[in-house]
Design a protein around this ligand. Structure first.
Ligand code: AMP
Ligand code: GLY
Length: 425
């Protein structure tokens, strides 16, 4: 068997979950994570995720066989192109293909040419024209900054006043270049599902479906965040829905991307809204989701490493992809105040051991002279699996109670929507 040296780029909960899974691979020779967090300490290399030239240099020096990119920023900066130019194998889309996430107007243009069901949308560069359009359209409507804005560039306006204010908020320089173009979208109603797919440029294979909880507070209230918790599988999802999404949304995307000379290799993450008219695409992401990956990796039974490898070879159809017949829940413990301003350096004490089938994934953590402390907004992803969503939920929340992180903010309703028909199979 070939043994591979693998480099993961990033430092969040997603990267800890990927490292946890890859570290179990029989094909792994050695793992590195740049820069990683306290959970990935045995594998960490102190190179920032955006320092592409140092990462290329490191990969060449260490003889890395495969690199896996977690966050979107290095992808949009062209890390895949730089690695490929240096003759290095890397899992993820090129800069041109990463525009599916990096530019919402580009994504909309691709959806249009691939005839993908999505919200109606207009793009504006002039605030007065945007406001005239909003007055005609009425509320609710959704306003989005065109570029990457760390998940904060979307405002769902339930009334006209909020919508008009949002135009100024986005276009008045708060978002820099990301706010130069503004998208105004029809408001869609339904349940949101994240469907992540392994894509090799031509073919895609879906992972298990996940439901994220984007708002900061229980009952989907409060500000939008990067995600406060996830569970899988959502009972609303069916095989028939999956076939429809692959046929009408995923495959046409890959076809259009390939035809325009920018084939998509990596994780194609479909942010779906299940509306009464059927599944519609809210957005593409071009990477593993966070905290979607925590539950997806918990449920992945087969080896991850060969799947990534087959994607880079254009042979994902041959990859073995097996999933556990279990439910998984991930509860994010965040710093108080997140997603607004929050303190750093809060002390955290973890239990010595955790129950079987549970994992505490680290996100914004670091070791400071032997002590674990918080460093980011989302700090831990407490993840557990069980026979049903109810069981997985109970295990995850029991584990949360054993963590000494007194000021942590977390939602208490992660997975509640999945209890309607909580058993699997
Ligand atoms: P995005 O970054 O585009 O995924 O938007 C962030 C969140 O805003 C999504 O997860 C949805 O909850 C919400 N959202 C985005 N677009 C729409 C839409 N057209 N209708 C309703 N909600 C939306
Ligand atoms: N949890 C949503 C994302 O990763 O974008």
């Amino acid at each position: 068997m070939n043994k591979r040296r693998v480099l993961i780029i990033g430092s969040g909960g997603r990267e800890h979950a990927l490292a946890w899974k890859l570290s179990q691979s029989p094909e792994l020779e050695r793992l590195f994570v740049a820069p990683g967090n306290a959970g990935t300490e045995p594998w960490n290399v102190p190179i920032p995720a955006q320092d592409i030239s140092s990462l290329v240099e490191f990969a060449l020096k260490e003889g890395i066989d495969l690199t896996l990119v977690g966050p979107e920023d290095p992808l949009s900066l062209g890390i895949v192109d730089a690695f490929q130019e240096a003759g290095l194998r890397i899992f993820g889309p090129t800069k041109a293909a990463a525009q599916l996430e990096g530019s919402k107007s580009f994504a909309k243009a691709i959806m249009e040419s691939a005839k993908i069901p999505t919200a109606k949308c207009e793009v504006f560069e002039n605030p007065d024209q945007a406001k005239t359009y909003i007055r005609a359209l009425g509320a609710p409507c959704v306003l989005k900054a065109d570029g990457l804005a760390a998940g904060k560039g979307v405002i769902v306006a339930m009334d006209l006043e909020t919508a008009l204010q949002a135009v100024d908020e986005i276009m008045d320089g708060n978002f820099g270049a990301a706010g130069k173009k503004l998208l105004i979208e029809e408001f869609l109603e339904g349940q949101e599902i994240s469907l992540l797919c392994f894509a090799d440029g031509i073919t895609a294979r879906p992972m298990v479906p996940v439901q994220d909880h984007k708002r900061a507070l229980d009952g989907d209230k409060g500000l939008n965040t990067g995600g406060m918790g996830t569970y899988s599988p959502p009972p609303i999802w069916t095989t028939e829905l999956e076939e429809r999404v692959m046929r009408d949304l995923v495959n046409p995307t890959l076809k259009v991307m390939s035809e325009r000379g920018t084939p998509f290799q990596g994780v194609l993450f479909m942010g779906l809204m299940l509306t009464e008219q059927g599944p519609k695409l809210l957005e593409y992401n071009v990477r593993f989701g966070d905290p979607e990956t925590q539950v997806v990796m918990k449920r992945l039974d087969s080896d991850l490493l060969p799947v990534l490898w087959e994607c880079t070879e254009g042979r994902v159809s041959e990859a073995v992809l097996e999933w556990k017949e279990e439910a998984a829940v991930c509860v994010v413990m965040a710093a108080p105040g997140y997603p607004s301003a929050y303190p750093k350096g809060l002390p955290i004490h973890l239990p010595e051991s955790v129950e079987e089938n549970s994992v505490i994934f680290h996100a914004g953590t670091r070791m400071n002279v032997g002590n674990l402390e918080s460093l980011g907004g989302r700090v831990l992803g407490v993840t557990a699996a069980g026979q049903t969503i109810q069981q997985a939920r109970e295990k995850a929340y029991t584990l949360v109670e054993t963590i000494d992180f007194p000021q942590a903010h977390f939602r208490r309703d992660i997975g509640i929507k999945g209890l309607e028909t909580g058993s699997i199979g």
